[in-house]
Design a protein around this ligand. Structure first.
Ligand code: ADP
Ligand code: MG
Length: 628
């Protein structure tokens, strides 16, 4: 039989990935071994899974294992598995193109910042190409488990612009990846060095990784297992060291950093399952994508067999940062994604996971406030989605929230609702808050003035999601939450008894001024009234109780949404010199300028945007010049 060797070019994107991987990862070059072992392990997982439906696949070819061997004379290092293997088409697809969307997006977001990219790479299925960091040439020989011996495939490339592919005889199923090491990478032709790397990166791979036993510095034919080769979560908690948990986290999450915490539990009862859940300390790369349908990081095993990444089925979206494994004793092995969606056992497991994660968060919050602050910075906004999504746990989630507040001057989000309630003034009935686009805008808002002067704390909610979230959070610990920039500001017992009298008095005294403003501003406002909110600023704009805050209206308009114009009320501080000036101005044109500028600046301070900024500038400039 004459062997036909076909030469093909890589997709342009493969070349980019190769280039990036080889150049930016050089300082972490040893990760190639982790990547190849992880691919071999995935292949073994797939074989085990497919052989449930088709037992013939695993009938021959021995127990699943991964062999790492080297040949000093030839300068080669091989990683071989007896997993699922690849057909010719699969080889072309998987090793010559970048078909998967995750990788595509990875490319789009390349930062050129090599250090960051290093952390991302393991998570993005560009793993195989890391072989070219240390190898001048890579040979892959493979045969799919369901194919005949004559249907083997050899793929070979020097990692520059293409590869060759040929048909071969291969007596065994699975894949052998052989690296022809570059001359200065011969350090990897060393049994100790390789054992050390396997221990560091692949200790918790659930299949045996085997290496040759060496005698007198020479490899023998005898193989020994060099990792634990046992699913970590099946071991009792007391036998697993923290270091093992951390190493396993790196393996499941692809994250090099330490997890914030973890929780390992075995549930026995109506159904039995094990969960090992991790909270990361910082967002993984995929969390940066807003597409919530592409979640991974929570692996579903059924009786030790890896079935699928099932984060979507096992975690609500607001907990999508959680990583780990779930191993069920009771689910049928032939589950599909669709079946998982409706399965009653799955929804129980999901409920159990939510409870565990909230427990973990409460524990970190109580025991390690600094760690909780780190978590909050990374994932606080994600967790807030739970207020809307998970009505059943709303109160528990609300207890985990953190806000900036007028009681802190540093702008950190470190006040909890419980802290706030504990500090509430005598007679205070509501939890007051303000939403704004950014901390500075919130902290400087005129709306805060009178509450501040009375020593009443206000929460400063300045993330974009806050306005949406507060639409679902009306109450906490029996206290209602009140946005101080909306509707009438009810101070209840907080206002002194003279307030009401003062209000009417001020209203009377300002009657004429208010009438004048109503006329001058026309339908730009739905009403003008004396404010209880202001002590220093001349005016502020108040939206109706159920209208969106001004900054939110602006953001939505900028994003192209059509919104009805909201009925804004202009509230004034009649004691302010600008208003007394207005009252004293006889010239109607000048009064109109003053009134318009008053409203415009109140809109700006409230985070809104002016419909006619040029008009504002013209009027302001006229006012800046001495009146004639
Ligand atoms: P990822 O593992 O994230 O999918 P890789 O670049 O590491 O990305 O591998 C690309 C693909 O090549 C894998 O998804 C798999 O389909 C295939 N592959 C790589 N190594 C093996 C192997 N040892 N056995 C079977 N398939 C493999
Ligand atoms: Mg891989």
């Amino acid at each position: 039989m004459t062997e036909t060797v076909e030469t093909r070019r890589f997709e342009a994107e493969v070349q980019q990935v190769l280039h990036l991987v080889v150049h930016s990862l050089y300082s972490h070059k040893e990760i190639f071994l982790r990547e190849l072992v992880s691919n071999a392990s995935d292949a073994c997982d797939k074989l085990r899974f497919e052989s449930i439906a088709n037992p013939d696949l695993a009938r021959e070819g021995g127990d699943l294992a991964i062999d790492v061997t080297f040949d000093r004379g030839a300068g080669t290092l091989s990683v071989a598995d007896n997993g699922i293997g690849m057909s010719r088409d699969e080889v072309i697809d998987h090793l010559g193109t970048i078909a998967r969307s995750g990788t595509r997006r990875f490319l789009e977001t390349l930062s050129g910042d090599a250090r960051r990219d290093t952390q991302l790479i393991g998570q993005f299925g560009v793993g195989f190409y890391s072989a070219f960091i240390v190898a001048g040439r890579v040979t892959v020989e493979t045969r799919r488990a369901d194919a005949a011996a004559a249907e083997g495939v050899r793929w070979e490339s020097d990692g520059s612009d293409g590869y060759t592919i040929a048909s071969i005889e291969r007596s065994t199923r699975g894949t052998t990846v052989t690296l022809h090491l570059k001359d200065d990478e011969r350090e990897f032709l060393d049994g100790w060095r390789l054992r050390e790397l396997i221990h560091k990166y692949s200790e918790h791979i659930a299949f045996p990784i085997r290496m040759s036993v060496e005698k007198d510095g020479k490899a023998t034919a005898e193989l020994e297992v060099v990792n634990q080769a046992k699913a970590l979560w099946t071991r009792p908690r007391s036998e697993v060291a923290d270091e093992d948990y951390k190493a396993f986290y790196r393996q499941v999450s692809g994250d090099f950093r330490e997890p914030l915490t973890w929780s390992h539990n075995r549930v026995e009862g109506k159904q039995s399952y094990t969960t090992l859940l991790y909270l990361p300390s910082q967002p993984a790369f995929d969390a940066m994508f807003s597409n919530r349908d592409e979640r991974h990081g929570l692996k579903l095993y059924i009786r030790r067999v890896f079935v699928l990444d099932a984060a979507e089925q096992l975690l609500p979206a607001y907990l999508r940062f959680v990583r780990g494994v779930v191993d069920s004793d009771d689910l049928p092995l032939n589950v599909s994604r669709e079946l998982l969606q409706e399965n009653r056992l799955v929804s129980q497991i999901r409920g159990g996971i939510v409870k565990r994660v909230l427990d973990m968060l409460e524990k970190v919050k109580a025991d390690k406030p600094d760690d909780y602050a780190t978590f909050w910075k990374s994932f606080g906004n994600t967790l807030k989605e739970g207020i809307a999504e998970d009505t059943g746990n709303r109160e528990r989630i609300a207890r985990l929230l953190r806000f900036a507040s007028t009681s802190q001057v540093d702008g950190t989000q470190s006040t909890s609702l419980d802290d706030y309630v504990a500090r509430m003034r005598e007679g205070q009935e509501a939890i007051y808050y303000l939403t704004a686009d950014g901390y500075t805008a919130a902290a400087g808002s005129p709306q805060l003035e009178s509450l501040k002067s009375r020593g009443v704390e206000v929460l400063l909610l300045h993330d974009r999601i806050d306005e949406w979230m507060t639409g679902y959070l009306h109450e906490y610990a029996g206290k209602s939450l009140r946005n101080i920039a909306k509707g009438e500001l009810e101070l209840g017992a907080l206002g002194d008894s003279a307030d009401a009298a003062k209000d009417t008095e001020a209203g009377e005294a300002s009657k004429e001024l208010i009438e004048r403003l109503r006329t001058l501003l026309g339908d730009r406002v739905s009403d003008v009234r004396v404010s209880r909110r202001l002590t220093e600023s001349p005016a502020c704009v108040v939206t109706a109780e159920h209208d969106m805050a001004l900054h939110m209206q602006r953001l939505l308009r900028e994003a192209g949404h059509e919104l009805p114009t909201s009925a804004n009320v202009l509230e004034i501080n009649p004691a302010h010199p600008l208003l007394t000036t207005l009252g004293d101005t006889l010239d109607d044109a000048r009064a109109a300028d003053l009134a318009a500028v008053l409203l415009d600046q109140a809109i700006i301070a409230g985070g809104g945007v002016l419909d006619d900024p040029a008009d504002f500038v013209r009027r302001l400039n006229r006012l800046l010049l001495p009146s004639s």
